[in-house]
Design a protein around this ligand. Structure first.
Ligand SMILES: Cc1cc2nc3c(=O)[nH]c(=O)nc-3n(C[C@H](O)[C@H](O)[C@H](O)COP(=O)(O)O)c2cc1C
Length: 320
């Protein structure tokens, strides 16, 4: 069966500007889940994350699934209705965000410690929203066995799918995603499952594919930021006419830079946005870490431009 590839939500990076430009320049993703919107911002449709979802602002070749973070059914339902009116057919509920300020307020991965509350909210939400719902989960808040207690109880709910990132919230992004724990929860659900965690090379993808033959949906996060060619490599969609890897990488940089220059107010915001992307890109090149060390300290746009132009003009070697 054909693999379906998902662009993971990475708040701050995979916004509509990134998605649009990516979709123009690269191939391979079938679906993108958008970074979370807090259900509390429903009062404010001018919120940047909400504006990011406007259909006219999204010109992409893959499907989009908006995501909500929250633990109140009223806010969730109101927001999912707005998403339905916008034209979206599925909403994803974020039960995975590991950050303490989120999890300690019993949101994101913090909800996984209380399965009854999740089921109670689903009982309220599902009949009230006009679109499908999917979940994005971790193994637990702080205990890797929390998901295995929740997941069989989800069998009775009409969920579109469950995206599983096999780490606990407490782990944040440390260590490695746990394939054994993933297999354990996979055996406990009748739902369609999407695997997410540490897919950062073709070899890694192929070994996971071999290990989990019943899984056909794969979400790629940080690995796809560092290596934007990875989805087309997995799908064997490489087009030699598209130019060399380094040319395409540089063009991607230029397109993001000029689009953010228009969209963001002031050099400081533009610089901050580009620095955020280089956190991932720096792992793509020999000497990239050193470059990131320098970029992270830059205060002026002209210094940034000069440094990046020099870096690319020296034909840097890929590590990926
Ligand atoms: C900076 C950052 C922002 C993220 N933002 C979100 C988000 O908004 N919603 C979400 O569900 N996951 C978010 N994630 C988690 C990723 O979607 C993904 O689950 C995680 O990075 C593991 O996948 P990977 O190993 O392929 O990167 C974020 C991760 C990072 C590092």
């Amino acid at each position: 069966m054909k693999s379906i590839l998902y662009m993971a939500p990475i708040r701050g990076v995979t916004n509509c500007t990134y998605r649009n430009i990516y979709s123009r320049m690269f191939k391979g993703y079938d679906i993108a889940v958008t970074p979370f919107i807090n259900s509390a911002v429903i009062e404010n449709c001018e919120d940047r994350a909400m504006r990011d979802l406007f259909i006219h602002r999204n010109d992409v070749s893959f499907d989009l699934i908006p995501q909500i973070l929250g633990n109140d059914s009223v806010g969730f339902i109101a927001m999912a209705k707005v998403m339905g009116e916008m034209g979206y057919t599925t909403v994803n509920w974020n039960l995975a965000c590991p950050h303490k300020r989120v999890a300690n307020k019993k949101r994101g991965s913090g909800m996984l410690a209380d399965p009854d509350n999740i089921l109670r909210l689903l009982d309220e939400i599902i009949p009230a929203i006009p679109i499908e719902i999917s979940l994005k989960v971790r193994l637990g808040k702080d205990d890797p066995h929390q998901l295995s207690k929740l997941i069989p109880r989800l069998d009775d709910y009409p969920l579109e799918e469950i995206i599983i990132h096999p780490r606990t919230g407490l782990q944040m992004y440390k260590g490695e995603a746990d394939p054994e724990a993933f297999q354990e929860v996979l055996n406990l659900t009748r739902h369609q499952v999407v695997y997410n965690g540490d897919i950062d090379s073709l070899q890694k993808f192929e070994s996971l594919q071999e290990r989990f033959p019943s899984v056909h949906r794969w979400m790629i996060g940080r690995g796809g930021l560092t290596d934007p060619f990875l989805p087309e490599q997995i799908k064997q969609l490489h087009d030699p006419a598209a130019g060399s890897r380094i040319e395409r990488y540089f063009q991607f940089h230029e397109a993001l830079f000029s689009e953010y220059q228009v969209r963001l107010e002031g050099d400081a915001h533009l610089l901050a946005k580009m620095k955020e992307i280089w956190i991932y890109w720096s792992a793509a090149f020999e000497g990239g870490r050193r470059l990131y060390g320098k970029i992270s300290k830059i205060k002026s746009l002209s210094t940034y431009r000069a440094l990046v132009d020099t870096f690319f003009s020296k034909d840097p070697q890929f590590l990926i």
